[in-house]
Design a protein around this ligand. Structure first.
Ligand code: F0G
Length: 460
């Protein structure tokens, strides 16, 4: 018999979590104005709000913390991180930053001007935010199949090369500072981008004289999918695949809180010295001197170690198979979920799940609240609330997909936790016909409203 895979680690330290009662959760969520971001973490049993910064560091990472060098300039921790980035991405130059959006802020301060256009594949919120903040426009060129929740495609995060070429053809190249490819593609369901697609984008970028930047928050999970799904890569090491992925790009932004398995951190990496030098000025203004940029030495050490651990095949296999396990448990129960399963999360199709709730009543938020009250599982709405209002008309925007994301933190939960989560979703699914009304907004912010919005249940 072929032996099954199992986690390539054992647990050395545990953290207690509290399994609350239904009555407690009903009270807490009401007090939180039906916004899951307002809950205290002790009020959550299984926290699947995000996989960002919520992973468990290893003994080696904690060990590396103890040998961090806190020198203001030239710390050995900086050089450890520089070596790890070189080994895994092949980029020679880099700047530390305190998280992914800070990396975007620094890089885009050099590259993005008012009136510019930045094409890409479903830019992440903060990426789009940093583009729009500079009065430029993010143009989504993701393949159309990504909009169909049940369409099977091995690389559903791919860029549609025809759409991209149209953007490049129809705009002066001076207006397009770069193309950004997000791997894996969080916004459209944690879907990967194939190597041949990255290569295709880079050929277009070169032909039109435009830079290619990779948003690498989940680059290692993307490499796992390339290894296991794309022809010609099955015998390659993950680090060989990651180096090839990045070889097509001019630079990258990184939120290290995801695939590098640290609780806080980020960086920007560059191929050319010129761009690195231009960005250094902004890094010093916004983040800190170029050899620490918003990170302490100990955290850079843990990040360097995390980059190596996060690109081990056995780790990635156990990580992605755990997400897949939850997906399969939900699928068996007939729960509508986005397929193929994403690398870091399972996305529930809330429009089909609660199909009698109109979109104006926020079905995905309603479902996220139900999952919490049912069993203390906290997911996140990725739908109309998150999409904000149109800045001009102030009308609600309704994206194609109305989803609840269950993001799995790295090396944190067990298979029993996945079974428990699946049972919670199934219980809500069984009583879905009794959930006929959704939520109404009581108070909201002008942008990024989902973080602070206050809601109430609509009673019949
Ligand atoms: N890019 C992608 C693809 C992301 O998913 C995120 C964050 C960022 C950039 C920004 O990085 O949080 O370190 O500033 N995603 C988190 C999430 C917040 O929950 O998916 P950050």
């Amino acid at each position: 018999m072929k032996l099954p895979f199992a986690e390539p680690f054992k647990i050395k330290m545990v953290e207690k979590i509290y399994r609350s009662t239904l009555q407690e959760r009903e009270r807490w969520i009401r007090d939180a104005s039906f916004n899951l971001f307002n809950l205290r973490s002790e009020e959550v049993y299984i926290d699947l709000l995000t996989d960002s910064g919520t992973g468990a560091m290893s003994d080696k990472q904690w060990g590396a913390i103890m040998t961090g060098d806190e020198s203001y300039a030239g710390a050995s921790s900086y050089y450890n991180l520089k070596d790890a980035i070189w080994d895994i991405t092949g980029f020679q130059y880099f700047l530390p930053a305190h998280q992914g959006r800070a990396a975007e802020n620094v890089l885009f301060s050099v590259l993005v001007k008012e009136g510019d256009i930045v094409p890409g594949n479903s830019h992440f919120d903060t990426t789009k935010g940093h583009i729009e903040f500079r009065k430029a426009k993010a143009v989504d060129c993701t393949i159309d199949v990504a909009r169909d929740p049940s369409a099977i495609h091995p690389f559903k995060g791919n860029v549609d090369l025809e759409k991209l070429e149209n953007v490049l053809k129809n705009n002066p190249s001076g207006k397009i500072p770069f193309i950004i490819v997000t791997v894996t593609n969080n916004t459209s369901g944690g879907q990967p981008v194939s190597m041949s697609n990255i290569r295709g984008v880079s050929e277009l970028a070169r032909r039109y004289g435009i830079k290619l930047i990779i948003d690498g928050a989940r680059f290692a999970e993307n490499a796992y999918f390339i290894k296991t799904r794309e022809k010609g890569f099955s015998n390659m090491q993950i680090s060989e695949i990651t180096r090839e992925m990045f070889s097509y790009a001019d630079g990258m932004t990184m939120s290290s809180k995801k695939d590098a398995i640290v609780n806080m951190g980020g960086f920007i990496a560059f191929r050319e010295e010129k761009l690195f030098r231009q960005a250094s000025t902004f890094n010093i203004i916004f983040e800190g001197f170029i050899t620490y940029g918003g990170m302490s030495g100990r955290d850079m050490n843990a990040l360097a170690q995390g980059l190596y651990e996060g690109t081990e095949f056995t780790y990635l296999e156990s990580r992605i198979k755990q997400v897949e396990y939850l997906g399969n448990r939900l699928k068996e129960s007939g729960i509508p979920i986005i397929e193929p399963f994403g690398g870091h999360a399972i996305f529930i199709d809330a429009k089909s799940f609660l199909n009698s709730i109109p979109r104006e009543e926020f079905p995905a938020q309603t479902l996220a609240v139900e999952l919490y009250t049912e069993g203390g599982v906290r997911g996140v709405e990725v739908g109309a609330l998150m999409a904000d209002r149109d800045p001009v008309t102030r009308e609600n925007r309704y994206p194609d997909l109305e989803m609840v994301r269950l993001a799995i933190p790295r090396r944190v939960y067990t298979y029993n936790h996945m079974d428990y989560t699946a049972a919670v979703v199934k219980n809500v699914f069984e009583r879905r016909n009794s959930i006929t009304r959704g939520m109404r907004i009581k108070r909201e912010a002008l942008i990024l409203r989902h973080f602070t919005v206050e809601l109430e249940r609509i009673m019949k």
